[in-house]
Design a protein around this ligand. Sequence first.
Ligand code: SF4
Length: 225
Amino acid sequence: MYIATIRQGHCSEGPWKNTTLWVAGCSIRCQGCFNPELWERKSGRRVYLRKLIKAVRQGRTSGDQGVAVVGGEPFDQPLALGLFLLAVRALFPHHLITVYSGYTLENLRRHPKKWLALWMTDYLVDGPFMPRQAEDNLGYRGSRNQRVIDLKRTRNNLGRKIVEADWDHLIVLGKDQLSGPPHLLQKLLPTHSADCGFVEKESQPEMELPANRIYNSAEKEKMPF
Ligand code: SF4
């Protein structure tokens, strides 16, 4: 996959810690996009599955409970995305998988090449970013048109009804402190600690991948992916 950045222990794509991958390349190009520097594939570099899995494994060792794929547009690389998520599902069965896409679920379903990745995903945050519908307090979404879709529950009813996850009312206060309505907390806390907070989030070093840099073998060995 063409990847720009990977971070471990990231808390912005769900109320648990994720190993988060920023893919490079986006054909949607929403007005007001937060990551226009990732629109071109050459803003990242090709990273093979073995290295991606190594990064996920390292994240799990340091306490990550899921994998998030954000963009760029992950579904612009549908087969690579599907195979990566299949490998995550097989090797880390308890990990939660979240994908952010600028396409709506209805659109993604029309393309058979995208079905494998959809099938492997637990939560899909869908739809393009729309500046006119943007608000600061939308939890894990950027604009009101976007939805956090619980794909597992949507699949359970054979896709007849799209089930949305109510993440908007969850607030991460700090390490082990998650605030929100009781029905949401009861659902999340038995299985997921709220081990996410601003202190930890800020302390995570960012691993940038300059596009045209040639790495020597000693540098490659030190990379987590
Ligand atoms: S889909 Fe995401 S990465 Fe692509 S332009 Fe829209 S907000 Fe930016």
